[in-house]
Design a protein around this ligand. Structure first.
Ligand code: FAD
Ligand code: MLT
Ligand code: ZN
Length: 596
């Protein structure tokens, strides 16, 4: 069996892996029950297909264990049978890591969704790995806390998936990465590292009290006996300096080293005061100046600094129902209508002022000129509304006086804040609706971040893949295709078909973290287009000492490109760790590490 990765290379199914048999299914049913074993072809579709519908496997079974003990049983069995396994959380990953490449068994954590404990003094949360991020945020929110990460996929992604991808998200600039906020993990390894202890009874092994920073492991909570493959690192201590920090290995391991079954995480106090501004900048350099000012003037209360180019704003407002950009004249009226119920005074959100470059007075009338090439979302989390408002106002006055912000609006209600966040968070969904998307998620020095978008736009335009495309005639699958002025003309079944074409290169992301999301939107996946993008993008990133993955991970998509960001010694060490923990390579094969 060969799988084409929608990339240049094809990969072969590893012949050492067994194929699923009826006896295997009977075994899984004996430990998980019928409801824990999904084999129906229609029901399997969402497990086999990723969020973007770009990667698709052919698994014949998805398993839904409910406890650490069941995960351990499944892995013990799969290892003995050499059945490959792909761990899956909410399946919102963007690099093809969460779905099978061939017929791997899908091990879903969806049924492992219990909160195990929450300490209202320290804000430490212990939860099974299949808890949905938004549900956890609601749980701790009711107790005055918030999850230390937030992302557009919060309604579907699982905390175990977040940990396994080392997800960054919208507030990393303030609350840091999961390498800092995750306090402990419980992980089931594919192979036992020790022979199983005879029996734990009520006493030995891990501590079951939650005082003093130790916590009950999910395995112990579920009454299981550890079988030598449950790695219990589920502690809630802020400080634990006892040799190698093993949990870090599993944060960002993308399911290649073990199945995360429970997570202990430090939550932050929910802020009493939140300020949110949407700003327009004339150039990317102006956005960088605004970022510097935000860091300097908002200091300890700054909680998010995001950016999007005007093309992203157009996409989000065009493709998503109810999404508005309150800084655009045509959207402002709709925003008034949409937000009026919340008791707003109008304008969708309070228009702060016009900066030097803005030219126009007020929101009505006037076209959108060069002064709004970029938008920034700047947020503060603090404890004193008067103090924070004052700080935000001073910052806004400053950036407008400097001319790096030409227009701005400050959310005056929660509804208005949601409108602004929806514009930013909706970009991924809008792009997915437009068609095929080549997604790159890179770290670069902030000042050159947007250069990559611009050079790629030029490069693709010159190769006939621009929004207008020029005139190009070439053969696709034996059919002559002519592209002209953004319209594709081809003959299908003797009939001339015209389609709106257009490749769009857009940029957005977490500017406060030096993280650019470069996205190339196209009518369909196309190898010629891909060859224009890769390895060019990776070479650009390497030249600027960046990283080919800032937050989405490597998955299947970038496994071959890992050497652009990791040296040979580092990759060899990664391989050896993988071989030690997973000697038969059954966990998430073909992902992260380059094929030999
Ligand atoms: P999945 O997609 O199911 O899995 C992701 C990887 O983790 C796979 O390799 C899988 O094998 C592994 N895995 C999952 N669960 C486990 C487990 N319990 N044990 C071991 N391995 C496991 N990412 C960001 O970093 N920042 C963002 O701002 C962001 N925004 C997003 C917005 C949208 C609309 C979407 C669709 C995705 C976004 N992502 C973002 C990408 C994605 O990485 C995150 O959504 C999330 O962290 C993935 O969690 P999940 O539960 O869906 O994991
Ligand atoms: C985001 O920041 O919106 C996410 O990482 C998703 C994406 O990159 O499209
Ligand atoms: Zn992101």
């Amino acid at each position: 069996m060969r799988a084409r990765r929608l990339l240049h290379t094809a990969i072969e199914r590893r012949s050492a892996f067994a194929r699923l048999s009826e006896q295997d299914l009977a075994f899984f049913q004996s430990i998980l029950g019928n409801s824990g074993v999904i084999t129906d072809a229609d029901a399997l579709v969402p497990f086999n297909q990723d969020w973007q519908k770009k990667y698709e496997g052919k698994s014949r079974v998805a398993l839904r264990p409910r406890s650490t003990e069941q995960v351990s049983e499944v892995l013990r069995y799969c290892s003995s049978r050499r059945l490959a396994v792909v761990p899956q959380g909410g399946n919102t990953g963007l690099v093809g890591g969460s779905v099978p490449v061939f017929d791997e068994v899908v091990l879903s954590t969806a049924a492992m969704n219990k909160v195990l404990e929450f300490d209202e003094v320290s804000g430490t949360l212990v939860a099974q790995s299949g808890c949905v991020l938004a549900a956890l945020d609601e749980h701790v929110g009711a107790r005055g806390f918030m999850m230390p990460l937030d992302l557009g996929a919060k309604g579907s992604c699982h905390i175990g998936g977040n940990v396994s991808t080392n997800a960054g998200g919208l507030r990393l600039v303030r609350y840091g990465s999961l390498h800092g906020s995750v306090l402990g993990l419980e992980v089931v390894l594919p192979e036992p590292l020790l022979p199983p202890p005879p029996s734990r009874g009520g006493g030995g092994g891990s501590s079951s009290g939650s005082s003093n920073g130790a916590t009950a492991s999910a395995a112990a909570t579920a009454g299981s006996t550890a079988d030598g493959r449950v790695l219990d690192l589920l502690r809630t201590l802020r400080k634990d300096n006892t040799g190698y920090d093993l949990k870090q290995l599993f944060i960002g391991a993308e399911g290649t080293l073990g199945v995360v079954t429970a997570v202990a995480i430090q939550c932050a106090p929910r802020p009493a005061s939140v300020q949110l501004a949407l700003l327009a900048c004339p150039t990317f350099a102006a956005a960088c100046t605004t970022l510097r000012a935000a860091r300097r003037m908002l200091g300890e209360v700054l909680s998010a600094v995001e950016f999007l180019d005007s093309a992203c704003s157009d996409l989000a407002t065009a493709y998503l129902d109810g999404v508005r950009n309150p800084l655009l004249p045509q959207d402002a009226a709709a925003a008034v209508a949409g937000l009026g119920e919340a008791g707003d005074t109008g304008g969708g959100a309070a228009v702060v002022a016009r900066g030097r470059g803005g030219g126009e007075e007020g929101l009505e009338g006037g076209g959108v000129g060069d002064d709004r090439q970029f938008y920034m979302v700047v947020e503060t989390h603090g404890s004193d509304a008067d103090h924070d408002t004052q700080k935000m106002e001073r910052f806004l006055e400053h950036v407008m006086a400097e001319g790096c912000v030409t227009d701005g609006t400050l959310a005056a209600s929660e509804a208005q804040a949601k409108t602004i966040w929806r514009l930013r968070e909706g970009i991924a969904e809008a792009l997915a609706r437009r068609g095929a998307v080549y997604k790159y998620d890179v770290s670069l020095p902030t000042a050159v971040m947007y250069d990559l978008v611009e050079v790629l736009r030029q490069r693709l335009g010159a190769a006939g893949f621009g929004p207008e495309g020029g005139v190009q005639v070439r053969r696709e699958g034996g059919v002559q295709v002519r592209r002209e002025g953004g319209v594709q003309v081809r003959r299908e079944g003797g009939v001339q078909v015209r389609r709106e074409e257009g490749v769009q290169v857009v940029g957005y992301g977490h500017i406060g973290d030096g993280n650019l999301h470069l996205n190339i939107s196209a009518p369909r996946y196309d190898d010629d287009l891909l060859h224009q993008i890769e390895p060019y993008v990776y070479e650009f990133v390497r030249q600027h000492n960046g990283s080919i993955s800032a937050e989405h991970g490597i998955g299947l998509m970038k496994a071959g490109a890992l050497p652009y960001s990791k040296g040979p010694v580092a990759i060899e060490l990664m391989r050896r760790i993988k071989e030690t923990v997973d000697p038969y390579g059954i966990l998430n094969p073909y992902k992260v590490l380059p094929q030999r």
